[in-house]
Structure formats: structure tokens, C-alpha cells
Design a protein around this ligand. Structure first.
Ligand SMILES: *[C@@H]1O[C@H](CO)[C@@H](O)[C@H](O)[C@H]1NC(C)=O
Ligand SMILES: *[C@@H]1O[C@H](CO)[C@@H](O)[C@H](O)[C@H]1NC(C)=O
Length: 184
């Protein structure tokens, strides 16, 4: 082999190694998270992180940022969805469901600046602040879902979305835990 093709082989080998290692990082991170936190489901965690752009090049801190970003997309999308539900069905909605949706709209609207702050906190390694901000996002999703449960026979149209927001936030919190415990 010429030295050129040798170094090309070596380069390919390295790229291969890197891709294996990051796959492992996502899997191992999700595995640890799901063991430490019952709110984190292994399958959901790996699927979500693997689908995130550039997640295969990320280190642990990067994966944490990605989970916060995914949470933010989910919140923004859900807020928009609630708005459409309310708009499209103005006259068809049960008054109780409508009032729940209005509450959820408020909760998700408030969650948007909250998750943005969490990203800033996280970036400047203020993990305590990020933790508080992300926890309040989780609480918003729970409060939204609980509203529908308070009246018998009412089915929440947002269960899947609330669950996704809750789980993604839980992943972010868990990754912060791992980061902090590995740095001390
Ligand atoms: C929420 O995030 C999950 C994981 O990234 C994704 O699969 C799902 O489609 C998102 N849902 C919404 C409503 O954005
Ligand atoms: C609301 O109506 C628009 C326009 O018909 C439609 O594209 C959208 O999917 C609807 N959204 C919901 C949540 O019903």
C-alpha cells in the first residue's frame, strides 16, 4: 500500500470509530438516564437523540443541549397546535375542554421563555438555574394534562404531546445530573 492509501484507510478507520463511539454515547447516556430516572424511557431517549441533527458528533454536554433544544421545539409546536385546536373548533368544543385548552395555551406560552432561559443557563454552565427552569417546564406539561383529568369522561387531546415534553425535559435533567456527577 502507498502511504497515501494507508493514511486514507486510517482516516476511514477513525471516522468509523468516531461514529461507533457516538452511537455508544447516546445509548449509554440513555441507559444510565433510564436507570437513574423512571421518567426516562430508554427507547424514547435513544430515538429522540439519534434523530436530532448532528447528534452523532456530540459529546455529553452537546447531547444535553440537544435534549433541551428538542424540548423547545416540542413546546413551540404544541403551543401552535393548541392554538389551532381552539381556532378550528371554536363552536364544537365542550366548554370544559375549551377552558383546559386555554389554560394549556397559557402554560405552554410561559414555557417558551422558560426553556430559552434554560438554554442560556446551560450554555453558561449554570446547571442549578437550568434545572429549576426545566423543572418548571415539566410542571407545566403535568399541570396541563391534569386539568383534563379533573372532570370525568373528558379525554385530553394533548396526552402524547404533554408526555413528550415531560420526557424530553426529564432527559435534559438527567444528562445534567450525569455531567455534574462526572465533573466532581
Ligand atoms: C416531540 O419530540 C419528540 C422527540 O424529539 C418527537 O418525536 C415528537 O415528534 C415531538 N412532538 C412534537 C409535537 O413536536
Ligand atoms: C386547523 O385547520 C387548518 C386549516 O384547515 C389545518 O391545516 C390544521 O391541521 C388544523 N389543525 C388542527 C389542530 O385541527
Amino acid at each position: 500500500m502507498s502511504s497515501q492509501s494507508l493514511s486514507l484507510t486510517f482516516l476511514l478507520f477513525c471516522l468509523f470509530q468516531v461514529s461507533i463511539n457516538t452511537q455508544d454515547l447516546i445509548y449509554n447516556t440513555c441507559k444510565t438516564s433510564s436507570q437513574q430516572d423512571p421518567n426516562v424511557k430508554l427507547q424514547f431517549c435513544t430515538t429522540s437523540l439519534q434523530a436530532a441533527a448532528a447528534s452523532h458528533c456530540a459529546d455529553l454536554k452537546g447531547l444535553g443541549m440537544m435534549s433541551i433544544r428538542l424540548t423547545r421545539y416540542n413546546i413551540t409546536d404544541t403551543r401552535c397546535y393548541i392554538k389551532q385546536l381552539l381556532k378550528n373548533n371554536t363552536n364544537k368544543l365542550d366548554p370544559y375542554v375549551k377552558s383546559c385548552l386555554n389554560d394549556c395555551f397559557e402554560l405552554y406560552s410561559d414555557a417558551i421563555p422558560g426553556i430559552k432561559q434554560a438554554m442560556e443557563s446551560y450554555n453558561s454552565k449554570r446547571f442549578f438555574d437550568a434545572n429549576v427552569q426545566i423543572s418548571s417546564v415539566m410542571e407545566a406539561a403535568t399541570t396541563c394534562e391534569d386539568g383534563f383529568k379533573e372532570k370525568k369522561g373528558v379525554v385530553s387531546p394533548l396526552t402524547k404531546r404533554n408526555d413528550a415534553t415531560f420526557e424530553l425535559s426529564a432527559i435534559a435533567l438527567s444528562i445534567m445530573n450525569i455531567l455534574q456527577s462526572s465533573s466532581t
